[in-house]
Design a protein around this ligand. Structure first.
Ligand code: HEC
Ligand code: HEC
Length: 427
């Protein structure tokens, strides 16, 4: 009879104790600091904008640091007259308020294309351009969309006429005299394998003038490149966190990234193996990998880098070509490019992860809608894909990784101090 009252008396204390323990545990998990070793802080520093080297100078483009060339490039970038329907400009797909991409699964110019518009974030630091790296400079890249029948859909010949008509003085301020150029050439004239009429029209122009058209066209690319080069990221919360951490200001670091984000960051540089490809301050190794995306149900076959290699090798506007300003002994990336096409079948360029959560959808043809789906896809894919280490991540790990990726969102903008002015009458 006397045991029951004792039990009744002890029960509330036990409940209280359990309650306190649970509460302590919750508080502990939330307030316990994520520990960062010296080695880890060094890794983090290598990923932060502190480690971004000065903007590289492209040896194949003598005008890439010329502020007036950048201004001319900016004007062309925004000008819809450089398109077959008068409605497409570079800026229609690379929108300033969307991290210089468009948010669509596949780009829409004159028609819908096969791939997703890439964001422009510190692109001048790249060696290769496009998802398949079929271009080796920003200026040569810029010449692609203008003649692409799905994008701007005009020709180099028409581009030269447009420059002569609207931007003669601006052009001459930057590049010197615009060569005398006879009128009356067919505007569709361009070298191409897909359009016999355009190709014939191109052949009908005498060689000397074809060469002049190419020189002027290349110069327009060089001006556009000088502009695109100035689109750069400013520090995101991740960069501010790393700075505080490396300065030993733990209090400040913890006020910038939550514990959850820090745990996600730890997975990113550790168990997740993400930094074997998403490395350096732009979170890309500039290389090409087959992470299995092309085998997803939503995908159409795309050879990726395997086709990009011969294209960049044979491109007349590459670093070793006649229109490049590079000296002998330069163009290292192209000279020493890995040409094993078999190895790069269905491989795509590792994209930057800066501002990644702000710009869905993802992958080269917009195959996934959220970064969570990207990571879930990786977990499944890593069971069989030799490019990916086996990923043993729980739902909580995925949540933490996603939370971390949000800390990579910072301002991305045109650095106006690098852009000059052209007198008003020239514009
Ligand atoms: C119709 C939409 C569209 C237009 C117009 C367009 N782009 Fe793009 N841009 C894309 C797509 C799609 C890709 C990826 C294409 C691919 O890999 O085949 C891309 C890729 C790029 C890249 C490569 C980025 C990287 O990280 O490799 C740069 C730079 C770029 N575009 C600049 C420009 C410039 C400059 C113009 C105007 C001359 C332009 N784009 C016009 C859709 C467009
Ligand atoms: C073997 C190299 C490699 C590894 C490891 C890797 N990635 Fe990627 N990642 C890529 C490539 C390549 C793409 C583009 C694939 C495509 O579109 O075909 C990509 C795309 C992405 C994208 C979509 C970005 C966009 O703009 O489309 C995200 C997000 C991403 N990776 C996050 C991660 C995370 C998080 C990890 C670690 C769990 C990781 N990646 C590990 C190479 C890699």
């Amino acid at each position: 009879m006397s045991q029951a009252p004792f039990k009744l008396r002890i029960a509330p204390f036990l409940l209280l104790l359990i309650g306190i323990l649970i509460a302590l545990n919750v508080v502990f998990a939330e307030t316990s600091r994520v520990k960062w070793s010296q080695e880890e802080v060094e890794t983090l520093t290598s990923l932060s904008l502190q480690s971004l080297p000065p903007l590289p100078d492209d040896p194949s483009n003598d005008y890439d640091t010329d502020p007036q060339a950048a201004r001319l490039g900016e004007i062309v970038f925004d000008d819809e007259r450089f398109s077959a329907n008068g409605e497409v400009s570079c800026a229609s797909c690379h929108l300033e308020n969307k991290v210089f991409q468009d948010g669509l699964p596949r780009a829409e110019g004159l028609e819908v294309g096969p791939r997703r518009t890439m964001p422009l974030i510190g692109v001048a630091y790249n060696d290769w351009f496009f998802w398949d790296g079929r271009k080796d400079s920003l200026w040569s890249q810029a010449l692609g969309p203008i003649e692409n029948p799905l994008e701007h859909g005009i020709s180099r010949t028409k581009t030269v006429y447009l420059i002569d008509e609207h931007y003669k003085r601006a052009y001459e301020t930057v590049f010197g005299e615009l060569p005398e150029f006879p009128g009356g050439y067919p505007e569709i004239a361009r070298p191409t394998e897909e359009n016999a009429t355009a190709a014939r029209a191109w052949q009908s122009i005498d060689k000397h003038h074809r060469d002049l058209i190419n020189v002027i066209y290349a110069n327009i690319g060089k001006a556009v490149a000088a502009y695109v080069r100035t689109i750069l990221p400013d520090p995101a919360p991740f960069d501010r966190f790393v700075r505080a951490l490396s300065q030993g200001d733990r209090e400040k670091a913890d006020s910038i990234l939550s514990r959850k984000q820090q745990r996600g960051l730890k997975i990113f540089i550790g168990r997740g193996g993400c930094t074997s490809c998403h490395t350096g301050p732009l979170l890309t190794n500039n290389q090409f990998h087959d992470t299995g995306v092309n085998d997803m149900q939503e995908s159409e076959y795309d050879a990726g880098r395997a086709k990009g290699i011969p294209k960049v090798q044979h491109d007349r506007f590459n670093c070793l070509g006649a229109y490049s300003d590079a000296e002998e002994g330069e163009c290292m990336a192209l000279r020493y490019m890995d040409t094993s096409t078999e190895k790069y079948r269905q491989a795509f360029k590792t994209p930057t992860l800066r501002n990644v959560t702000e710009r869905p959808p993802y992958f080269h043809a917009g195959q996934t809608k959220t970064v969570r789906e990207v990571i879930t896809f990786y977990i499944e894919e890593s069971e069989e894909n030799p490019e990916l280490e086996h990923l043993d991540l729980t739902q909580e790990d995925v949540d933490e990784l996603v939370a971390f990726l949000r800390s990579l969102n910072g301002p991305v903008h045109v650095h106006r101090d690098l852009i000059g002015r052209l007198p008003r009458d020239m514009q």
